[in-house]
Design a protein around this ligand. Structure first.
Ligand code: GLN
Length: 553
């Protein structure tokens, strides 16, 4: 049953769908534009959700290289999805499921399975209607229980792979009432050499949309600066929309300011008007103002954090960057991230590590760069530099301890050195039989029990936490006694799985087998990240001494 919305909005009036497409080129930030629109609607009291359509043939993002698509984002239910879902979760403040990421792989797999099971009774199975029907079903199901569903189509209009989706949206609009559907098209408005805003690419891209039967209701022009009134008029005239339906989305320093910018442009009001949502929306002064308050908070401190990874691409560690930002919001601290390439750690980038106030070693797969990560962890341990290790970063902290403290010189993770005589990180015996890439990982939210009186308890303010996972390997139970015979302890566990490690001989040496970054939100900073900042500014000691453990706003 649909949940009664805050505004008293009556869903029998029709659920609203905002379809967002992109033109001219990818990477224009249409996901952020869409998420920002959603945020404003949720500020106005509506229950908003989102669906991201990825027209690629992969079933999910699990096996994709972060170099091409950025990080693999992990949902509560274990779904390995496109990083845009992370943006939607952070902007809308809601948890999504794998059903909110529609891919060609999923759709075709489902339809082909049905065909094999004989469900189509001798019919010819075709893109139209079988694939398009399945796409529409997925969108409707994901929207269930909400007032507004934003559906973003990945890629650019004109891509062959995207065609079945645009056709499905055309049919969808045909099946629903006019005021329940809104098409938003995000395009690029470049400058010519003489400083003129050029609308031709937008015109062409809209022409392409119209040739497949889609007429945009709203156009958003990505441009370095605001669109000039003449530019808007020209776009309106050629693309057949009212001038008030053309909005600019200009460059901003921080993507979290995009909701503020599009609000100033009046995009939310226009969308509500068109979808007949305005009568139900909260009056302006009563709208939720938390987002603005959070993203415009004054910063009183500044810290430098080294991020030691192997992909020289910010998107590959997007949620880690975001989680650092959220901890900064929570503690009114400007967090600067210093990139340390783990391959360069041993020479060119070492000085960056030394300049940093704290160090994060994030997750990863494969052996490239691990020597540099281990070196960075050793440096933190020996020099009392606050350290946070995530997943592979946690595992490498175990390896570093085994090698350099316990003297097990060739200790390693069995993933990275299968022949190691000391596999301190290994597959658990109960996992041995499973051997299928992409399907054997421990994924999604699981509980961790936290030891009372530990640093972990001070960090989480609780004796249990529920965080998201994405890993195959674990601390080898055969080595736990030896590893814990000293200042290192596993203060968070899930039965025989080690989840959190800490050291008593260090101001903040904290590792997690899970990925706390995926649960972090602007208004719900992740405790291990806040702990890292507190350790740097000296607040962690005060927190531990006073027994005050609550870190969240
Ligand atoms: N490669 C390691 C494992 O599979 C760590 C995974 C990660 O960092 N996400 O256990």
């Amino acid at each position: 049953m649909p949940k009664e919305p805050d505004t008293g909005y009556d869903p029998t009036l029709g659920r609203k769908f905002i379809f967002v497409t992109g033109g001219v080129m990818s990477g224009l930030g249409k996901g952020i534009t869409a998420a920002s629109t959603g945020r404003l609607l949720s500020n106005a009291g509506f229950d908003v959700t989102a669906v991201k359509i990825d027209p690629y043939l992969n079933v999910d993002a699990g096996t994709m290289n972060p170099y091409q698509h950025g990080e693999v984002y992990v949902l509560k239910d274990g779904g390995e999805v496109d990083l845009d879902l992370g943006n939607y979760e952070r902007f809308l403040g809601v948890d999504m499921t794998s059903d909110h990421n529609v891919t060609t792989g999923k759709t075709y797999q489902h339809v082909i399975e049905k065909e094999r099971a004989g469900d189509y009774l001798g019919k010819t199975v075709q893109i139209i209607p079988h694939i398009t029907d399945d796409i529409k079903r997925r969108i409707r199901e994901a929207a269930e229980g909400t007032d507004v569903c934003i559906v973003e189509v990945g890629g650019t209009v004109g891509d062959i792979e995207g065609m079945p989706y645009l056709e499905a949206l055309r049919q969808f609009a045909h099946e629903e009432d006019d005021d329940d559907i809104l098409f938003t098209h995000v395009t690029l408005v470049p400058y010519s050499k003489n400083g003129e805003q050029k609308t031709k690419p937008t015109q062409h891209s809209v022409k392409e949309l119209r040739s497949i039967g889609l007429q945009p209701d709203v156009l958003v022009g990505r441009c370095e600066n605001e669109l000039d009134p003449e530019t808007k008029e020209k776009i309106a005239l050629f693309c057949d929309v009212p001038t008030e339906a053309v909005f600019s989305n200009s460059d901003v320093e921080d993507v979290y300011h995009v909701p503020l910018m599009v609000e100033e442009e009046g995009l939310d009001e226009y969308v509500m008007e068109r979808l007949d949502l305005r009568p139900e929306a909260l009056p302006k002064p009563e709208r939720d103002n938390r987002w603005r308050e959070l993203v415009t908070r004054e910063r009183t401190e500044e810290v430098d954090i080294a991020l030691v990874g192997k992909y020289d691409l910010e998107d590959a560690y997007m949620s880690v960057h975001e989680a650092l930002k959220h901890a900064g919001i929570e503690r009114r601290t400007e967090v600067n991230v210093l990139w340390v390439d783990s391959d360069e750690m041993l020479d060119r980038h070492e000085h960056r590590l030394k300049e940093a106030d704290g160090v994060v070693v994030p997750g990863g797969f494969g052996s490239r760069g691990t020597a540099g990560k281990i070196k960075a962890i050793q440096y933190c341990r020996e020099n009392d530099v606050p350290f946070l290790g995530l997943c592979l970063g946690f595992q490498m902290a175990v390896v570093e301890h085994a090698r350099n403290v316990l003297g097990l010189e060739s200790a390693h993770s069995a993933e990275l050195e299968p022949e190691t005589p000391h596999p301190v990180i290994d597959i658990l015996p109960e996992q041995y039989e499973i051997d299928d890439m992409g399907g054997t990982m421990r994924l999604g939210a699981h509980d961790t029990e936290i030891e009372a009186g530990s640093l972990a308890e001070a960090v989480y303010g609780d004796t249990v936490c529920t965080e998201r996972h994405r890993h195959r390997y674990e601390v080898n139970p055969e080595y736990i006694e030896r590893l814990e015979d000293g200042p290192l302890s596993f203060s968070g566990r899930a039965n025989n799985r080690m989840e959190i490690l800490e050291r008593t001989d260090h101001p903040y040496f904290f590792g997690t087998q899970f990925h706390p970054e995926f649960r972090s939100r602007p208004d719900r900073a992740s405790p291990p990240f806040v702990g890292l900042l507190d350790a740097i500014t000296g607040d962690l000691d005060a927190r531990k001494l006073s027994g005050e453990t609550e870190v969240q706003a």
